[in-house]
Design a protein around this ligand. Structure first.
Ligand SMILES: *[C@@H]1O[C@H](CO)[C@@H](O)[C@H](O)[C@H]1NC(C)=O
Ligand SMILES: *[C@@H]1O[C@H](CO)[C@@H](O)[C@H](O)[C@H]1NC(C)=O
Ligand SMILES: *[C@@H]1O[C@H](CO)[C@@H](O)[C@H](O)[C@H]1NC(C)=O
Length: 330
């Protein structure tokens, strides 16, 4: 269990980030917005350009058409109160982490987590497996589409678990002090995770409590082949991120600071792209994803939580939304 309000002091603490500000701000557009009190937690993109958005605080999955700025409810998962990490496994089949997370109290229930699939064409959701040993499943990334393996982060226990979406087999593949929740404060360690493309894979990760971004080389079965290393530190309370299509940067959001960063995978330089501690541009930013069509391949879609966990200036909250940033040339 953790208490949201602790984020407020965290944001004050991290108010000044060690990052260079970008000279040119990208064009930003609000694509869609939900009611006050909602929390968009994560995002994936279909090959047809539709955005698939998961919600925390209710167990809804939404489809968003970024070109038309419309949204529609795709599915509500039974028996859980929140939906988190999501990634595409095979075309239009998404794997999703879900569990009991209550926004009103800011608490999660260890042992309530499970892994599901969504067929984005038929809108059918199916539970694959309960993961009773997990404390808080959070980020999710596809490891092996043919075998059906995904990796999922456990923010509460500081581990990465491999889950097979066909058989439901689960195995802890990485457990490292760098993934652990901090000694004090909100008990969220490792958060977003993304695997690099190509044969030599690196699992990139955010540490929310550790305000850092890092990586670990992994084998085809998800087990580490080298040490876990931090790449950028003191960035902010990093939530989820997208790897750029060129494979050089992580486009990463700091939830408590309402900011979007571009982090070099090579040298860890974190460049502030948009947002600010007192700005309502992306309040409580939660995740990011690149568009997949020719029209929006230079667009980063950022999901927000409306600053529910850390109201801006202590009072300002709004409904969850998706903001599109055209980052061409940045
Ligand atoms: C999770 O929440 C649902 C809906 O409130 C409830 O039916 C279920 O028992 C909860 N699961 C756990 C493990 O607490
Ligand atoms: C860090 O790497 C990026 C490319 O990923 C490069 O553009 C930048 O100049 C490098 N910065 C430093 C300080 O080496
Ligand atoms: C927060 O306060 C600052 C300083 O008064 C102001 O510039 C900013 O617009 C406020 N932010 C919001 C979201 O109200």
């Amino acid at each position: 269990m953790f208490v949201f309000r602790a984020l407020v002091s965290l944001s004050l603490l991290l108010g000044t980030t060690h990052a260079a500000a970008v000279s040119k701000a990208p064009r930003a557009r609000t694509v869609v917005q939900w009611d006050v009190g909602t929390w968009a937690e994560n995002i994936a993109v279909r090959s047809n350009g539709q955005l698939i958005v998961t919600m925390l605080g209710n167990a809804e999955i939404w489809a968003v058409d970024p070109a038309k700025s419309t949204k529609s409810l795709v599915a509500t998962l039974p028996g859980v109160t929140g939906v988190g990490g999501i990634d595409e496994l095979t075309p239009d089949i998404f794997v999703i982490a879900a569990g009991n997370f209550t926004l009103a109290t800011g608490t999660t229930v260890p042992g309530s987590y499970s892994i599901w699939t969504l067929n984005a064409r038929s809108k059918v959701v199916k539970k694959i497996v309960d993961v009773p040993g997990a404390a808080m499943l959070n980020g999710l990334t596809t490891l092996d589409a043919i075998k059906g393996d995904v990796l999922v982060s456990d923010s509460g226990l500081g581990t990465v678990i491999r889950v097979n979406a066909h058989t439901g087999a689960t195995k802890v593949v990485i457990s490292d002090p760098a993934f652990a929740p901090p000694a004090k404060g909100i008990q969220i360690g490792i958060n977003g995770i993304r695997l690099s493309k190509g044969p030599k894979k690196t699992l990139y990760f955010n540490s929310f409590g550790g305000s850092s971004f890092g990586g670990v080389p992994v084998a085809a079965d998800g087990t580490p082949t080298g040490p876990v290393k931090f790449i950028a530190q003191n960035v902010g309370s990093l939530d989820d991120f997208a790897l750029s299509p060129c494979g050089s940067y992580a486009w990463d959001v700091a939830n408590g600071q309402n900011e979007l960063f571009k982090i070099s995978l090579k040298n860890g330089t974190a460049t502030l792209i948009a947002g600010a501690l007192d700005s309502a541009l992306i309040p409580g930013a939660t995740s990011a994803a690149f568009g997949r069509t020719s029209k929006d391949k230079n667009v980063v879609y950022v999901t927000t939580s409306g600053a529910l966990a850390a109201p801006i200036n202590g009072t300002y909250v709004e409904g969850a939304k998706i903001v599109a940033f055209n980052v061409r040339g940045l």
